[in-house]
Write a protein that binds this ligand. Structure first.
Ligand SMILES: N[C@@H](CCC(=O)N[C@@H](CS)C(=O)NCC(=O)O)C(=O)O
Length: 310
């Protein structure tokens, strides 16, 4: 069976979510370090244009977005589960709240000048400039908007005291037992914990802090380095996995065989062009042919992405 290959970089919070998910499942994986800003030619050879971090590769199958990566890891190893029985909806919905609402608040808080000054203290000025320029256009064309710092500061106590109450009542994990929701909330708080300027936004809440330490305690599983060139070679030498079977009619009429593009809706909306080969309730799969990577299947979650006619 093909190895799990995570394309990521150390400071990415969504990559930290994926690393912790791999740790929770006790999985072994290969680690490809990608740039934190565009261009990312080796990554986009696999994805066809999707640029966000992280991306999971398994042979010639490429999985975009941690919401879908979680489902792929669940298929790889069902136990321990991300979706406890009877709580599947709650787990996914709370995870989605963490990845959007809580995440956008934490971005505003981490990107405040005092925090950035500490984060970038050892980074050369030209790299900081390139990073700021890259992120300045990252939200262009998407539905997400940045939350003004004052508003993020204003609302943060509400979000955190709700989490505090939930954890005081439910015990060790947000839903009592571990679920995908724990990872979507913990990685966002991990982002704030990286410097003393924002760490107190987590540390002031004792039940949250104890739970956070429990979740990061899952660790990252067993990782070993892989070069981007070798990852592309692995894709070239592999064939995409058999397609899932699901009877589903797309409400907008898109069907297998259509030439389409798929893009994220919120931000980082770079489209990926290809042939729609699978279109289901949770997942969309495009087939594309790349000069370097050969034939690959690029997988996206349905929720939060759109299919375009071109
Ligand atoms: N919904 C996406 C969000 C991913 C995301 O926003 N990742 C950030 C890094 S934490 C990113 O892509 N930043 C720009 C980049 O790495 O080029 C997911 O769940 O994977």
């Amino acid at each position: 069976m093909s190895e799990l290959i995570l394309h990521h970089y150390p400071t990415s919070l969504f990559a930290e979510k994926a690393r912790l998910m791999l740790g929770f499942k006790g999985l072994s994986w290969r680690s490809v370090t990608i740039p934190s800003i565009m261009p990312k030619p080796d990554l986009t050879a696999l994805t066809g244009g999707y640029r966000k971090t992280p991306v999971l590769q398994v042979g010639a199958d490429v999985y975009c977005d941690t919401a879908l990566i979680a489902r792929r890891l669940e298929a790889q190893k069902t136990s321990p589960t991300f979706y406890p029985e009877g709580q599947e909806f709650t787990a996914s919905s709370l995870a989605s709240w963490g990845d959007t609402v809580l995440f956008l608040h934490s971005v505003s808080l981490v990107f405040q000048p005092a925090s950035l000054a500490v984060r970038f203290a050892k980074v050369p000025p030209e790299s900081v400039k390139a990073f700021v320029a890259d992120r300045a256009t990252f939200f262009d064309g998407g539905t997400a908007t940045r939350i003004p710092l004052e508003q993020a500061q204003h609302q943060w106590p509400t979000l955190m005291s709700r989490l505090e109450t939930q954890l005081e009542r439910n015990g060790d994990f947000l839903l009592g037992v571990p679920s995908i929701a724990d990872f979507s909330v913990a990685h966002t708080l991990w982002f704030l914990k990286q410097t003393p300027v924002t760490a107190s936004l987590v540390d002031d809440y004792p039940a949250v802090l104890a739970w956070y330490q429990r979740v990061v305690g899952f660790g990252h599983g067993a990782a070993s380095e892989l070069s981007a060139t070798d990852a592309i070679e692995i894709a070239r030498n592999a064939s995409p996995a058999p397609l899932p079977e699901e009877a589903f009619t797309d409400p907008n009429g898109f069907k297998a065989g259509d030439q389409v593009s798929v893009s994220a809706v919120d931000y980082g909306v770079n489209p990926v062009h290809g042939e729609l080969v699978f279109n289901g309730r949770e997942e969309i799969i495009l087939r594309r042919e790349d000069e370097r990577a050969g034939v690959v299947h690029v997988h996206f979650p349905r929720f939060g992405f759109r299919i375009n006619n071109h």
